[in-house]
Write a protein that binds this ligand. Structure first.
Ligand code: 5GP
Length: 176
């Protein structure tokens, strides 16, 4: 690991545990849908989304959106910014949002409000992780991988300053 980066504290979910849970989620989703428009929320959920979607056996179309934040990091005033919108029309479609983590809930509130204006047939959320102790806005998660405590995680799509995304495990990083 790079000496300039904070050290890894412990493995929270190893590769086998993550992949097993993803297969279970994919089976649940397959049972609930006849067709899906999957929206991958970049960049954090790209590894999760591609692994999950490969196990889904009903027809799937894929689009991506890229969200970021602006304002003071970690402060209540921090707000969501849309860097890149989806290209598809979601009107009349069964939309499944694939998110890496629901933390405060601000990102999901933003997406729900945006999509509500576009008349989809349904919108559901599948999130790999949830940190309920950090929630500021109530969010229904239809398909959830794992609940985690209030810790900063990296790996398997999760970054620290754009590093660590490619780790196969989800690990806890020691704060700076
Ligand atoms: P929100 O607070 O809007 O629910 O989540 C915003 C974003 O914060 C998530 O999509 C994710 O990118 C990032 N985030 C929240 N918790 C963590 C974490 O523990 N590790 C990393 N790498 N990103 C996180």
């Amino acid at each position: 690991m790079n000496a300039n980066l904070p050290p890894i504290q412990k493995v929270l979910f190893d590769e086998a545990t993550i992949q097993k849970r993803i297969k279970e989620l994919a089976d649940e989703i397959t049972a609930d849908y006849e067709d899906i428009l999957a929206i991958i929320v970049l960049k954090g959920s790209m590894f999760f989304a591609t692994d999950l979607l490969k196990h889904i056996t009903v027809p799937v179309e894929i689009d991506t959106m890229h969200l970021g934040s602006y304002g003071m990091k970690g402060m209540k005033s921090e707000a969501v910014r849309l860097n890149n919108d989806i290209v598809s029309s979601i009107e009349g479609r069964n939309v499944l949002i694939l998110e890496d983590i629901v933390d405060t809930g601000k990102t999901m509130k933003y997406i729900h409000e945006l999509f509500a204006l576009r008349n989809p047939a349904s919108v559901k959320l599948c999130s790999l992780l949830s940190k309920p102790s950090k929630r500021e806005i109530e969010i229904d998660i239809d398909y959830l991988g794992f609940e985690i405590p209030d810790a900063f995680v990296v790996g398997y799509g999760f970054d620290y300053k754009e590093k660590y995304r490619t780790l196969r495990d989800i690990v806890v990083m020691e704060p700076e």
